[in-house]
Design a protein around this ligand. Structure first.
Ligand SMILES: *Cc1c(COP(=O)(O)O)cnc(C)c1O
Length: 224
């Protein structure tokens, strides 16, 4: 299947999910995760009209940034080591994986403009999943006020990889509930209007539960 063909399918599914819960498709930003593909396939993604690209490693991000520059909006979606912040922080537009104070401090030190950040939350018990525990979130976000290079645009989570729809749905619901809690604090540095949730296997559920950014890799670009 071509990227364009995949995209046509995904758009239909996004539309259907939106319709089920009375949302407008304009509320959803599709981030094409190009971490497993090269320049050529990434170019196809851009040609198909997608501009938001997601990468999870510095090398991949920089390789593609060098090639496409500001033709794309760049999302860093992987875990980021503090010592590697300086390599990419001024290339990216969004960071989806802010999960600790040491990382925030390093961003503050290295960024030349405010970075739009999602605070990553662990909403399941799966060992491999990164992120803050729910109970730590509000305090963490409050403590980010001291950093003028960090704008908390929203929360991000990854649901476990499972066929159990209820389990996935409950992760997304937890994230939305937490978002409401943060929004109620009315923090100028943390408007927290966005929810980054939903991947190839669960994006329609995520949309039903309020996602505004979905991060799609396999279903759009396949695997190389
Ligand atoms: C790889 C990745 C995705 C995309 O995963 P697919 O299942 O291929 O859609 C989304 N989010 C994060 C954080 C990822 O690492």
């Amino acid at each position: 299947m071509t990227v364009q063909g995949n995209l046509t399918y995904v758009r239909q599914e996004v539309e259907r999910a939106c319709r089920r819960v009375n949302r407008s498709i304009d509320e959803i930003t599709l981030v094409a995760v190009t971490k497993t593909v090269g320049i050529e396939k990434t170019n196809k993604v851009l040609q198909a009209g997608l501009v938001h690209l997601g990468e999870n490693r510095n090398e991949g991000l920089l390789q593609k940034y060098e090639y496409f520059g500001n033709k794309a909006t760049w999302h860093f979606i992987g875990s980021l080591q503090s010592r590697k912040v300086k390599e990419i922080v001024n290339e990216i537009d969004y960071l989806h994986s802010l999960d600790r104070l040491s990382l925030a401090k390093e961003i503050q030190k290295r960024a030349m403009k405010p970075i739009r950040c999602f605070v990553q939350i662990k909403t399941s018990e799966e060992e491999s999943k990164q992120g803050l525990n729910i109970e730590e979130t509000v305090e963490f976000i409050c403590s980010l006020q001291q950093f003028d290079k960090i704008e908390v645009v929203g929360l991000m989570t990854m649901a476990p990889y499972t066929d159990d729809e209820m389990q996935i749905r409950s992760c997304f619901q937890m994230l939305r509930k937490l978002q409401k809690q943060v929004q109620d604090l009315n923090l100028s540095h943390a408007p927290c209007t966005e929810l980054s949730m939903g991947m190839s296997n669960d994006y329609t559920i995520a949309i039903e539960e309020g996602a505004t950014f979905i991060r799609l890799g396999t279903i759009l670009v396949g695997k190389e």
